[in-house]
Design a protein around this ligand. Structure first.
Ligand SMILES: [Fe+2]
Ligand SMILES: [Fe+2]
Length: 258
């Protein structure tokens, strides 16, 4: 993958609902911090895995690092448009450094939990694709590609966690923490973007944010919680078919994309 964003790229790339681009951009800002952190955790554990899982973990690490590379390019443009995001980025880096300093048991649980959250974001997006109507096709494809790969590799970090016979309680705590940290920094980034755009006081922004948050809590929180229950495996979730189509149709012309 080699996504590039020109200097004249519009960070409000979902012109119909610009606040949705602000949410996606706030998530993008965190990816070069989150993904290398979880990749390090999986790498640290995968050496002890049997050969098949070790190979899958290597492939998983490469995918995550590729995601973070692409987001880093997008973030360069974001930081040009919203210099205050640097403070959010620095704060997030400190928090994920703290995660990196914890025990291997905690870090692999955090990685598996982060993947459950990423998968839930993919499911939520698939159910709200109309938010991307009229969006800049290039940026839309970058996010959909990332989410499609999150669906594709949803089992790997969990399998590595499971191969080490980790505690389900620790997994539940680490998953909750992974979600809270991501949600907290996404909210912080979101309001930084909207404050710069002088859009914070618009009722529509608050209405949409409330709707999206409630819909995520109602539809995805139970799935994330069930991910930590005894006997659960991510393969028990039925994948949204749309993302398979995204990867299968990758070479199609932009206008014909799903
Ligand atoms: Fe990723
Ligand atoms: Fe992932």
């Amino acid at each position: 993958m080699d996504f590039r964003w020109d200097e004249d790229w519009d960070p409000r790339w979902t012109p119909r609902i610009p606040e949705f681009a602000a949410v996606a951009n706030a998530v993008s800002l965190l990816m070069p911090t989150v993904e290398p952190s979880v990749a390090r955790a999986v790498s640290a554990c995968s050496a002890n895995c049997e050969e098949g899982l070790h190979t899958q973990a290597d492939w998983w690490v490469r995918q995550e690092l590729q995601h973070s590379r692409q987001h880093r390019r997008l973030n360069l443009r974001l930081l040009e448009n919203y210099p205050l995001l640097r403070f959010v980025q620095r704060f997030a880096t400190r928090v994920y450094r703290w995660v990196d300093s914890r025990s291997v048991d905690f870090r692999i649980s955090f990685a598996a939990g982060s993947e459950a959250v990423a998968y839930s974001c993919a499911r939520w997006t698939e159910a709200h694709l109309s938010l991307l109507d009229g969006a800049d096709l290039h940026t839309r494809q970058a996010f959909l590609w990332h989410l499609a790969e999150e669906v594709e590799h949803k089992n790997v970090a969990f399998d590595v966690w499971q191969s080490q016979r980790r505690s389900r309680f620790r997994l539940a705590v680490a998953t909750a923490l992974a979600m809270l940290i991501l949600a907290g920094f996404t909210t912080l980034g979101f309001f930084t973007i909207l404050a710069t755009d002088r859009q914070v006081l618009r009722p529509r922004v608050w209405l949409n944010l409330t709707r999206w948050t409630f819909s995520y809590i109602i539809n995805e929180l139970p799935n994330i919680a069930s991910s930590a229950l005894p006997g659960h495996h991510p393969s028990q979730f039925v994948d949204p078919l749309f993302f398979e189509t995204v990867l299968d149709s990758w070479d199609m012309q932009p206008a014909d994309l799903p």
